[in-house]
Design a protein around this ligand. Structure first.
Ligand code: ATP
Ligand code: MG
Length: 574
C-alpha cells in the first residue's frame, strides 16, 4: 500500500483532458453534463464527497450541469430516509443540481421498452437455466463459456416469455433476460450478461407495479443516455463493464432509442483513507452493531457525521482539489483531510477560551467579590472582528496540565515560585497548592501583579515564558465537550499486516480505537453559552470545536471536537 503524495493535480487531470478533447472535436458542442448517482441504501461518506466534488466541480467549471440521480433500481435495500439524507448532504456541500433531480426508477418503463427492442433485434434472449447452471456455463478467465440451450430461442418466443415474466406468471429466478453477445469473450462481462430478473419485491417508489427489475449494469447506461449525460464518471471497478456500457448504448441507438453521440464512461480511482473505512457495508455494520451512536456519529466518515463534527464544505472541496484524481489505487492519509479542515477553520473560526480539564487557581491578593473585563481578540488574523470582554476575578479555572508541583525540566508554566502571564489578563506568581487526602492537587494559589495587566504600559515590564489561558470561576459556563479521536487505531482497518501468518483473517472491527471518544465537563468563557448549533470556534491552545446540532439547547450548547490546531501526529507530537 502506498500513500499518495499530497499534490494538487486538479488544474489539469486526465478527466479534464478527456473533456477538453471532446470540446475540441465539438462532440457535444461544448456541452458538459455529468451526474452523481448514489444508490439510496446508506448515508454518503467521505469517498462520495470526492465523487460529488469531481462531478459537480467539473460541470461547474465548464458551465455545465450535474444531475443528482438516485440509482434506485434495486428494490430490496433502498429507503426514503437515505434519499433525504443524501439530498441534505449534497446541498450541505454547496452544490446545486437545479431542476436535475432524478430517480432511476422513473425510467422503468423506458428500460423495459429497451429490453424488448434488444429482443426484437435478436440481441437478447430469455434464459431458463438455473442460477447454478448459468454460473457453471459462464466459463473462467482462461476458458470460454458454454452457450445456453435457450440461446437460439426465436424472437417471438423470447418476447412472449419476457412479457409473461413481466406479467408475473413465473416464480422468482425461473427465467432471466440476457444480452446476446459472446459466450467466448475474454471479458467475462460480455458473456451474455443478465439484464432483467424476476424479483417480487416492493419498491420504495414504484410499489408492487413491477415484479421484474433491471440489473445495474443494464440500467446505468440507459439512465445516462435518457438524461443526455456527456461524461459518465465512475470508479475503477466499472472499467471492465465499459465494453458492455458501449455495446448496450450502441445497440439501443441502432434501435432508435437514443441519439448519438452517446455518453462516455470515464473511470477514476476511489478514495481510500487511512484510519477509517469507506464502504457502506462496513458503515452499516458499525451503526447496526452499536459501535457508534448512529449514522451521524461525528466519528463516522459519513457526511452527516462530518457536519456534526464541525468539518466544513470548504474543507471537503479543498481536500478534493488537493488529492486530485488518478487511475491508480492509492491511500490518502487522514492527516491530509484534517489539514484541509484546519486550513479553512483557521480562517473562519472565531477564537474563544475553554478549559477542558479544570483546576482551580486562587489569586490570594485579588479582592474578593471584584471582577473586571479583559479584552481578547476574536480573530488574530482579522482585527476587524474586534475584541470581546472576558471577565477576570479572584478565582479562575486553569488546565490541570498547566500546573506541576515539582516541575519537570523545561516546564515553563505554573509551579511554586514561577511567574506566568494569564493571557489577556495579569501576570501572576505561584505561591503553592492544596491537595486532597489522595494527594491530588485541588487548588493552586498565586499572587497577581496589579500593574501587569495586558494592554497597559506596565505590562511590558514583565517577561514571562508561560502564557496560560483561563476562565473566571464565578461565571464560567460548564458544558459537555466531546473529545473525539480517530475511529480506528490502525491505518488500514481489517487489512493484513506485515508478518501476519498466511491463514490469518483480520476483522476491521478489531482495529477500532477504544479511546475514540472521551466526554469532559469543561469550563468555558461565558459568551459561549449563547453559541448556536453548528457554530465553530477555535478554543485557544486546544483546537477547533463545533456546537452539536442535535444535542444542544438554546443557552445550553454542547461542543464536539473537530480537529487539532496543528498536525501533532506526523510531527512526532502526542
Ligand atoms: P460503497 O462501496 O461505499 O457501497 P458505492 O459505490 O456502492 O459505495 P454508490 O451509492 O453506488 O455507492 O456511489 C455513488 C457514487 O459515488 C458512485 O459513482 C461511486 O463510484 C462513488 N463513490 C463511492 N465510493 C467512493 C469512493 N470511496 N471514492 C470515490 N467515489 C466513490
Ligand atoms: Mg454501488
Amino acid at each position: 500500500m502506498t500513500l499518495a503524495a499530497n499534490s494538487s493535480v486538479s488544474a489539469s487531470n486526465f478527466i479534464r483532458n478527456a473533456v477538453d478533447d471532446d470540446n475540441r472535436t465539438g462532440k457535444w458542442e461544448g456541452r458538459v453534463e455529468t451526474r452523481f448517482p448514489p444508490e439510496p441504501n446508506g448515508y454518503l461518506h467521505y469517498g462520495h464527497a470526492k465523487s460529488i466534488c469531481l462531478n459537480f466541480g467539473l460541470a461547474e467549471s465548464y458551465g455545465g450541469v450535474c444531475h443528482l440521480r438516485f440509482d434506485d433500481t434495486n428494490p430490496a435495500k433502498e429507503d426514503r430516509e437515505y434519499v433525504d439524507a443524501i439530498v441534505e448532504a449534497v446541498r450541505w456541500l454547496g452544490f446545486d443540481w437545479r431542476q436535475h433531480l432524478y430517480f432511476a426508477s422513473d425510467y422503468f418503463d423506458i428500460m423495459y421498452a429497451c429490453a424488448e427492442s434488444l429482443i426484437k433485434a435478436g440481441k437478447a434472449y430469455v434464459d431458463s437455466q438455473s442460477a447454478d447452471e448459468m454460473r457453471a456455463n459462464r466459463g473462467t478467465l482462461t476458458e470460454p463459456g458454454i452457450d445456453s440451450p435457450c440461446r437460439d430461442r426465436s424472437v417471438d418466443e423470447n418476447l412472449d416469455l419476457f412479457r409473461r415474466m413481466k406479467a408475473g406468471e413465473f416464480a422468482d429466478g425461473a427465467h432471466v433476460l440476457r444480452a446476446r453477445i459472446d459466450m467466448a469473450s475474454p471479458n467475462i462481462n460480455l458473456r451474455d450478461p443478465a439484464v432483467y430478473r424476476i424479483r417480487r419485491a416492493t419498491h420504495h417508489r414504484t410499489g408492487d407495479k413491477w415484479c421484474i427489475y433491471p440489473m445495474y449494469t443494464f440500467a446505468h447506461p440507459i439512465e445516462d443516455a435518457i438524461e443526455n449525460v456527456t461524461h459518465s464518471i465512475c470508479t475503477m471497478e466499472f472499467e471492465d463493464q465499459r465494453p458492455f456500457y458501449e455495446w448496450l448504448l450502441e445497440a439501443l441507438a441502432d434501435a432508435g432509442h437514443f441519439p448519438r453521440p452517446l455518453p462516455r464512461q470515464i473511470e477514476f480511482a476511489r478514495l481510500n483513507l487511512t484510519y477509517t473505512v469507506l464502504s457502506k457495508r462496513k458503515l452499516i455494520q458499525l451503526v447496526d452493531g452499536g459501535y457508534v451512536t448512529g449514522w451521524n456519529d461525528p466519528r463516522l466518515p459519513t457526511l452527516s457525521g462530518a457536519r456534526r463534527r464541525g468539518f466544513t464544505p470548504e474543507g471537503f472541496r479543498l481536500f478534493a482539489e488537493r488529492i486530485g484524481v488518478a487511475k491508480a489505487d492509492s491511500w490518502i492519509d487522514m492527516s491530509v483531510l484534517e489539514e484541509c479542515m484546519r486550513e479553512h477553520l483557521n480562517e473562519a473560526a472565531p477564537r474563544r477560551i475553554a478549559v477542558l480539564d479544570p483546576l482551580k487557581l486562587v489569586l490570594t491578593n485579588y479582592p474578593e467579590g471584584q471582577s473586571e473585563p479583559c479584552q481578547a481578540p476574536n480573530h488574530p488574523l482579522k482585527p476587524e472582528l474586534g475584541k470581546r470582554d472576558i471577565p477576570f476575578g479572584r478565582e479562575l479555572w486553569i488546565e490541570r496540565e498547566d500546573f506541576m508541583e515539582t516541575p519537570v525540566k523545561g516546564f515553563r508554566r505554573l509551579y511554586p515560585g514561577n511567574i506566568v502571564r494569564l493571557r489577556y489578563g495579569y501576570v501572576v506568581r505561584c505561591t503553592g497548592c492544596e491537595k486532597d487526602a489522595d494527594g491530588r492537587v485541588v487548588t493552586v494559589f498565586a499572587e497577581y501583579f496589579p500593574d501587569s495587566r495586558s494592554g497597559t504600559p506596565g505590562a511590558d515590564n514583565y517577561k514571562t515564558k508561560g502564557n496560560l489561558h483561563w476562565v473566571c470561576a464565578a461565571n464560567a459556563y460548564t458544558a459537555e465537550v466531546r473529545l473525539y479521536d480517530r475511529l480506528f487505531a490502525y491505518p488500514y482497518p481489517g487489512q493484513r499486516r506485515e508478518g501476519d501468518p498466511e491463514d490469518i483473517e483480520r476483522d476491521f472491527l478489531d482495529d477500532l480505537n477504544p479511546g475514540s471518544i472521551r466526554i469532559v465537563q469543561a469550563r468555558l468563557e461565558p459568551a459561549l453559552r449563547a453559541a448556536h448549533p453548528e457554530e465553530r470556534f477555535q478554543f485557544e491552545r486546544h483546537g477547533y470545536f463545533a456546537v452539536d446540532r442535535f444535542d444542544s439547547a438554546e443557552g445550553a450548547p454542547v461542543f464536539n471536537f473537530t480537529v487539532t490546531l496543528k498536525d501533532s501526529r506526523t510531527k512526532g507530537g502526542k
